[in-house]
Design a protein around this ligand. Sequence first.
Ligand SMILES: [Zn+2]
Length: 206
Amino acid sequence: MKVEFLLKGHLATYSNCYGILTDKAAIVVDPGKYTTELKDFLVSNADKTRLILITHAHYDHIGGALQLREETGVKIAIGKNEEFALSDMAYNLSGRFTPAIPAFNADYTIEDEEEFTVGDVTIKAFELPGHTIGGMCYLIDDCLFSGDMLFYQTVGRVDLPGGNITDMKESLDRMMWLFDDEVKVYSGHGEVTTIGHERKYNPYLR
Ligand SMILES: [Zn+2]
């Protein structure tokens, strides 16, 4: 499995969009804006099972999803308690920092602890609220796509729509229980890290 940055540190929030590629799967995680590179990634892998996978519905993680789906036909998946925000500008914050994102729906909604496959990839989903109401983290092999829950030596904000400090603390505790030190963390913003590094050095996990 190959994980690459399709967009690294884009928009004013420096958000990340990842591409996951295997023999039989091509997945885009959190397309915060539309680019032809993102489209090319999906089009050039049309022989594989493809998916647009979203961790949470803030504008800088979903801004490109609708146009990507329209131009490639690739379906969109998001947590079932987060889906409403794809069509809620007050919650997804589009219109405030970027042009408004037209309301759209997901094709699939995912539940906590759901396990599903895309081609030859098995994805384990965990609903971890705190940054948003229904934000998800996705574990694929030893790679965790953590959205805005966990970053390199910091954690996500709780002061944006959907944020809740009590939920955040519980979710971070749960993450530390769920994932081994070796798990690589591909965050919604910033550098790649590991659970072990964060367990040791992240001031919010002490
Ligand atoms: Zn966010």
